[in-house]
Design a protein around this ligand. Sequence first.
Ligand code: ZN
Ligand code: ZN
Length: 137
Amino acid sequence: MGYHCWLCGKNSNSKKQWQQHIQSEKHKEKVFTSDSDASGWAFRFPMGEFRLCDRLQKGKACPDGDKCRCAHGQEELNEWLDRREVLKQKLAKARKDMLLCPRDDDFGKYNFLLQEDVDPASATPEAPAAAAATTGE
Ligand SMILES: [Zn+2]
Ligand SMILES: [Zn+2]
């Protein structure tokens, strides 16, 4: 009984070989990329900071240029947020399809997908929705 990775078109003869395969960088790259989105994105690859660059906003060029971890414009930020959703879905699907090791948490440049969403706008200490859930009579 072998293992077949339909993403890479690769067969593994043993569980050990299979686990090595699904933890390889090449395989992980396949998990997150597909032919259809190769040309679909206009901006840089997201680098983990999903907010606008402060330095650029002050009207000057950002000293980090393309290496900056923040978005250099609202359009870029919008694309990053869309892209993060797409990648998160791919991650969830790959996990569900057993194409990733459950304990694997090293996805290189995709590691930002594992971060908790910290959205300062929606992260409020009070949760009014929970209080409303208690029913009266
Ligand atoms: Zn594979
Ligand atoms: Zn910047």
